[in-house]
Design a protein around this ligand. Structure first.
Ligand SMILES: Nc1ncnc2c1ncn2[C@@H]1O[C@H](COP(=O)(O)OP(=O)(O)O)[C@@H](O)[C@H]1O
Ligand SMILES: [Mg+2]
Length: 316
């Protein structure tokens, strides 16, 4: 279903590879104009397949994709020119210089030469000093910077970053997030894939979780954390307990292996009566020297989600 502010509409998209392997199963997803969307999933989930289908690198088996209302097959050139792709694999291995590789990339999409713009891109990625170096002489990190520069060369409205930070150093990661923030400010839509949960947590507006070719959940980050997040209250006991008192059975409660801690888990969204639990503990003469609370990370939410079956979840 397409909405007014969406820029990509993916309808019922499936992929069966030549060897019969079904990599994607009936994906429906709308990407909103100007958002940062993180596609999160373990290795082999189908993230690259999905991105490569939208970019016309992998053939569509079933379903359709529209970019700015245009079909990506019927209007391939027009839709593809709106997209910049930073691929997962390093493919730039040429004797060309950084400058000519990036400029050439712009020309491929029929854009007029614009030296000032290319300079801006190269500077933003700390590539300016390397502009006359040939790609072959660059380090892996620098080659990756060139891939990003190439993707930006034709001023696309949509950027795909496929596992942009897998195996890159901290400096490049920081530069990349600066560039991403800048692009977002300019109204560019950004879709990134990652299996680093903290990354999605830090940067995304919305998160889609993909597992075994199924998009199992799409939610804005805040509500995902709120609705699916849990809180843990740890009660550090003065005297160890042999077992959990039956009076506490109404709580989701565990006794630690050393029997010196009670750990109570509850939904973040629930109005939970910590005070009633503590009152109960004091009525039972269970004394404690310290209390600790902890919120679950997106990582815990994610692990919890992929353990469930897809039909136990509603995606919206
Ligand atoms: N050309 C191909 N032929 C057959 N299977 C493939 C091909 N490309 C990818 N796959 C399989 O499809 C699944 C999804 O791969 P991919 O989209 O690369 O996942 P991700 O990017 O999430 O790690 C994997 O099981 C992978 O082995
Ligand atoms: Mg991948």
């Amino acid at each position: 279903m397409s909405t007014m502010n969406s820029i990509i509409n993916i309808n019922n998209l499936s992929k069966v590879y030549a060897d019969g392997f079904q990599a994607l199963n009936a994906i429906n997803l709308d990407i909103n104009k100007g958002e940062i969307f993180a596609l999160l999933g373990p290795n082999g989930a189908g993230k690259t397949t999905l991105i490569n289908m939208i970019c016309g690198i992998v053939n569509i088996h079933h379903g359709e994709v529209k970019v700015a209302g245009l079909d990506i097959i019927k209007d391939f050139r027009e839709t593809r020119s709106m997209i910049g792709l930073v691929p997962q694999e390093l493919t730039s291995e040429t004797f060309e210089t950084v400058w000519s590789t990036v400029s050439f990339s712009r020309g491929l999409f029929g854009k007029q030469e614009d030296a000032a713009y290319i300079e801006k891109v190269l500077r933003s990625l700390s590539l300016w000093e390397k502009k006359d170096n040939t790609i072959l002489t660059l380090s892996g990190g620098m080659k990756r910077r060139v891939l990003i520069a190439k993707a930006l060369a034709h001023e696309p409205k949509i950027i795909f970053l496929d596992e942009p930070t897998a195996g890159v150093d901290v400096e490049l990661r920081q530069d990349m997030w600066e560039v991403v923030k800048q692009l977002k400010n300019e109204g560019v839509t950004i879709i990134l894939t990652t299996h680093y949960i903290e990354e999605a947590e830090q940067i995304a507006d919305r998160i889609g979780i993909i597992n075994q070719g199924e998009l199992i959940l799409v939610k804005d980050k805040e509500s995902l954390m709120l609705e699916l997040g849990k809180k843990h209250l740890q009660v550090n006991l003065i005297n160890s307990l042999e077992e959990i008192p039956k009076e506490l059975m109404n709580y989701q409660i565990e006794l630690s292996a050393n029997k010196k801690q009670l750990i109570c888990t509850y939904d973040k969204a629930d109005d939970f009566g910590i005070s009633s639990l503590l009152e109960l503990l004091s009525n039972l003469n269970i004394s404690y020297y310290d209390l600790d609370t902890k919120e679950s990370s997106l990582e815990e939410i994610f692990v919890d989600l992929v353990k469930r079956k897809p039909n136990e979840l509603s995606s919206n």
